[in-house]
Ligand binder design. Structure first.
Ligand SMILES: N[C@@H](CCC(=O)N[C@@H](CS)C(=O)NCC(=O)O)C(=O)O
Length: 226
């Protein structure tokens, strides 16, 4: 049995973690079935203990227990070599670089937009933990940090290179989607599932996102959106 531990909102069908979305897209790419184990922040401690840490995604695949989205991509490529996500050697290093660059550029702008949405949509039992853990990490209150207008402008600037790249080819990885696409699209799905779309409709990035979403939904059905 293959199980994916992931985060859910107050609505158990609302899955909003960017890193869990990466893994869902990667499992879809490999055509690997899995059972979803959606957790609230307040459920996760005993259930994730087998992974030796407290963050999702965690993939349990038979005897293997793997955490961290990039490590899961590498595990999937090693265990299921057909349709590689990242490849190996230089290709793997390049994919890791893409992940770092995009993560650094878009995570903070997205957080400025999405923090209030996450807080509103998680289970009320999770709110105290969410507030205290995030305020400690950010060094300020959720209210002082959140700035959707500034986040949207910073996001637009951060994705400008992706707009150019994707106006020249359909996917970040070329003619077909690959690991780089899913590493980035997971962050976009974070926003989309929470009911936000900080990129403009009709742009090259929007076309890319809609292609990835449509391919996923064609197999898995509609993605729950707040
Ligand atoms: N580098 C990790 C990051 C995982 C991570 O930060 N997960 C968040 C959800 S988006 C989490 O589990 N948070 C639980 C908590 O804060 O207690 C990955 O790529 O998987």
């Amino acid at each position: 049995m293959r199980e994916l531990y992931e985060l859910r909102g107050a609505d158990p069908e609302l899955l909003f973690s960017p890193y869990c979305w990466r893994v869902r897209l990667a499992l879809h790419h490999k055509d690997l079935a899995f059972v979803s184990r959606p957790l609230r922040f307040s459920d996760k401690q005993p259930l994730l203990a087998c992974s030796g840490q407290q963050l999702v995604p965690v993939l349990c695949d038979g005897e293997a227990v793997v955490h961290d989205s990039l490590a899961i991509f590498q595990y999937l490529d090693l265990s299921y070599p057909e349709r590689p996500l990242l490849g190996s050697g230089v290709a793997l290093e390049r994919a890791r670089l893409v992940e770092r660059l995009v993560f650094q550029a878009v995570r903070m702008p997205l957080l400025k937009i999405l923090l209030p949405r996450v807080f509103a949509l998680i289970d009320p039992a999770d709110r105290e933990y969410f507030r205290s853990s995030r305020e400690k990490a950010l060094g300020t209150t959720l209210e002082a940090f959140a700035d959707p207008a500034a986040g949207t402008e910073q996001f637009r600037v951060a994705i400008a290179p992706l707009q150019t790249w994707l106006s020249e080819q359909p996917y970040l990885d070329g003619a077909e989607p690959g690991g780089s696409d899913y590493l980035v699209a997971g962050l976009f799905l974070w926003a989309w599932c929470l009911g936000e779309q900080p990129w403009a409709a009709g742009t090259a990035v929007d076309g890319w996102f809609q292609r990835i979403l449509a391919t996923y939904q064609a197999q898995h059905g509609p993605v729950k959106r707040a």
